[in-house]
Design a protein around this ligand. Structure first.
Ligand SMILES: [Zn+2]
Length: 510
């Protein structure tokens, strides 16, 4: 039996009325001291008995300081001065503008969203457009969204133009694709829109069916950089051309329809399941489009940005903000280190096992087809189990080293006479990662079953450890680079601050 109904709702949005199954409750029946709205019914609600709660609330919502990293409402203007409004609430939570359960597992089954705006502005959102009602210079957009991630429900308001098409899937069916661009940007937007179908084909080919095909695949131009808003991703990268031939931001946000919205982490501690996979998809798409050079270059750019100060997975419940704060949590390691870890895993277990395990993680089954899966939740151990099932071996040691410990595995190389001797050193303990060594014109694989290996190299030229760049491991030269860069950034900042102070002095009237 339920003595109270508890929901999250920001304190900036005071509640004016609450009803339960159509009966108004007295104001004494609810309180919201810390943004946690507690509603006490006249009598406890019997277990298994559904109730309808209606909450009337309003106010001025929190404004984002730096969307999408610090979330809230974005009150922007288009270049020609018209209103351009967006929301981004991943970190702070859905309760910044609607009553919800602000936790990854709090996904509602269904959201009906009605947004009233002055004509001719539009209010695109996720899911299916039920209707638009025009009334006295105002228009109300009614959207219906199935099982959205709590932070993936968003408002978008502006002078939008809709580009629309039908995507023909490799699975034999088709579904709508759409892009809402700000009026005036149609030409650039068409270039981006042309990338939707090939990107979808990549994801459907490599991972599996687009999960929300009964609604749409969509994106909307926003004044902030981006966010994985389910079926209507936020896009604010300004239609930049890239040397890789596709828009990384759109591709990254789209990845979250699989890694984030279809498969949602149970706790923020498992956020790498969204971001490492989502980030690995861009090198993988480069490989799919143009081959190995761009795949490797992208991975290397990410490897350089690996910090290894905190484990990617702590093993305890985490707040979203703590995961993203590099002072107390893994920060961007959940993206870049995680992506490189997936590259190493794929090299270790092969494409067949890697993609089978990935499909089991995303869909809960190795053979997803439209209609045979539903959105699901997952934890880190679900993926480890999927890898073990796909390979018939125990790869717990791999994930212990890369996810549960901060430091990277260190491959210690020594010469003993004519031999090169290799030994893995990891705080995680056992690490039987095989290592390839190129000796002259031959590549030898050392199994490293006990963590050590030996190969005769004598005077061979060249001798290259891991010539295929398969293994993410400690590289002292990258640590030296980080130390130098940190010192340089601090010194540059001091110079800029000094110059500013001098400028301020000089600008003072004498
Ligand atoms: Zn992401």
């Amino acid at each position: 039996d339920l003595p109270a109904i508890v929901l999250d709702l920001d304190r900036e949005l005071p509640v004016s009325a609450v009803s339960l199954d159509g009966r108004a409750l007295p104001a004494s029946a609810w309180r919201n001291p810390d943004g946690r709205l507690t509603i006490t019914p006249p009598a406890p609600i019997a277990a298994g008995h559904p109730v309808a709660v209606r909450i009337r609330y309003g106010g001025i919502p929190v404004e984002a300081k730096r969307a999408p990293w610090d979330g809230g409402f974005v009150w922007a203007k288009t270049p020609d001065g018209r209103p351009w409004i967006a929301t981004a609430v991943q970190g702070e939570g859905c309760d910044l503008f609607w009553p919800c359960i602000d936790h990854p597992t709090g996904e509602p089954d269904l959201v009906d969203l009605r947004v009233t705006v002055p004509a001719p502005l539009s209010a695109p959102s996720g899911g299916v457009l039920v209707d638009i009602k025009e009334d006295g210079g105002k228009r109300t957009f009614h959207w219906r969204i199935k099982t959205p991630n709590t932070y993936a429900v968003a408002l978008n308001i502006g002078p939008y133009v809709q580009l629309k098409d039908t995507y023909k899937s490799r699975f034999g069916d088709s579904f709508p694709i759409e892009f809402w661009t700000v009026e005036g940007n149609e030409a650039k937007a068409r270039g981006l829109f042309a990338q939707f179908a090939p990107m979808l084909d990549f994801y459907e080919g490599m991972i599996g069916p687009y999960p929300f095909r009964s609604e749409k695949m969509g994106a909307v131009e926003t004044p902030h950089l981006g966010m994985e808003h389910q079926t209507l991703n936020a896009y604010g990268a300004g239609y930049a051309q890239e040397i890789y031939g596709f828009d990384w931001l759109l591709h990254h946000e789209l990845s979250h329809e699989w890694f984030g919205n279809q498969m949602t982490n149970v706790d923020w501690d498992d956020m790498w399941l969204h971001e490492a996979f989502g980030t690995y998809m861009q090198p993988l798409y480069s490989q799919w489009l143009h081959g190995d050079m761009e795949y490797m270059v992208r991975l290397n750019e990410m490897r350089v940005k690996t910090f290894n100060k905190f484990p990617i997975v702590s093993g305890k419940p985490m707040e979203e903000e703590a995961v993203y704060d590099a002072k107390v949590g893994p920060g961007t390691d959940i993206y870049y280190k995680g992506a490189n870890m997936l590259h190493s895993l794929r090299a270790l277990i092969g494409d067949k096992a890697f993609f089978q395990a990935t499909r089991v993680l995303v869909y809960g089954r190795p053979d997803p087809k439209p209609g045979n899966f539903a959105p699901r939740y997952a934890v880190t151990d679900d993926f480890i189990k999927a890898v073990n099932d796909a390979t018939g071996a125990d790869y717990g040691w791999f994930f212990d080293a890369y996810l549960r410990h901060a430091q990277l595995p260190d491959l210690v190389e020594t010469r003993e006479g004519d031999d090169l001797v290799l030994a893995w050193k990891t705080p995680a303990g056992r690490f039987p990662m095989p290592v390839e060594v190129k000796v002259g014109d031959k590549v030898v694989t050392l199994p490293m079953a006990d963590g050590t290996g030996r190969v005769r190299v004598a005077g061979a030229v060249p001798v290259i450890v891991d010539p295929g760049s398969k293994i993410l491991r400690r590289q002292p030269y990258l640590e030296a680079y980080h130390a130098w860069k940190t010192a340089k950034d601090a010194s540059d900042k001091a110079k800029v601050d000094g110059a500013k102070a001098d400028g301020a002095k000089a600008a003072k009237p004498k």
